[in-house]
Ligand binder design. Sequence first.
Ligand code: SF4
Ligand code: ZN
Length: 336
Amino acid sequence: MPSSKSGKPAGRQDSGLKTQDPPCHKCGKESCVYLAHARLNFCKKHFVEYFEKKVFGTVREFSLIKKGEKVGVGLSGGKDSSVMLTCLKKLQKKMPFELFAITVDEGIRGYRSSSVKIAKDLCKKLSVPLKIVSFAGHTGKTLDEILKGGVGKTQDGRPKTRVEQSCSFCGVFRRYLLNKAAKALCVDKLAIGHNLDDFAQTALMNMMRNEPVRFARFGIKSGILEDGGFVNRIKPLARLTEKEVAIYAVLTGISLHGIECPYAGYAFRQKVRDMLNEMEERYPGTKQRIFASYLVVQKALEKEYSGKDLEIKSCKVCGEPASTDTCMNCRMLERI
Ligand code: SF4
Ligand code: ZN
């Protein structure tokens, strides 16, 4: 197959929806998807089949769900979590387990209300019970309200606003609320919609920040911090790229949110994401190769840090699990 300098087959567009030849590599019928990293064309039926096989295969390979378990799904209403819930609902036909959805409403104007509606509609359509918890209910403030105001100065003397720390506040409160809601619902596992792009980004971010313990903790299922206070987290979309998830959503008619969080631009992750997308465009398969390295490195780090200096305590303020005397949630609550 002739290739361009960038590694892309000549005359073909990058992975995504398309309308031209060549045919589906499975059935020979007209294709609508080309995956550049695999150099394969798919018709709708065979792309959906490929996608679901990968999700179910990941669940099996890493023993993410066992028969009869209760699985909570962190459902934001974005494409990743909506696709994950849809696939897990289909998996229920092959193996019996229970599903619950949990939505965290951070309180981000013009962004979260529409995705909460998508989450509600999807749960209704799939007959999955939904529990909604909010930052306002937990902290007394929406994320927008939390981020108002300044917090000292940056190293170069500029006023430092909380907006620059939006994802830190958001991530800490969201993880805390999801874990608490999951425990209240007595679920065995908490499914998170992290896709392969998230894994590749996190692997690079943890290396750039020299955070091996965080790297060790970011597993396809909970590893070194397994403890009664934390509900085990599982990530069934780990082997699928963000683009594949988006294509699956479009082909199966899952409502797409389409609005980006207004604070996303402040995040370090966003810069890493842009860089990785550029590399993928030039060198298809880059994300897959980083993911393959991630699997090897994460396993080694998990072994290295397992049990070491990672004693789980109970937060002296709220009693939830913490690695120090006071958990991050309570430390952040003091700052707002
Ligand atoms: Fe929260 Fe940051 Fe994600 Fe926005 S981009 S939802 S602030 S973590
Ligand atoms: Zn606490």
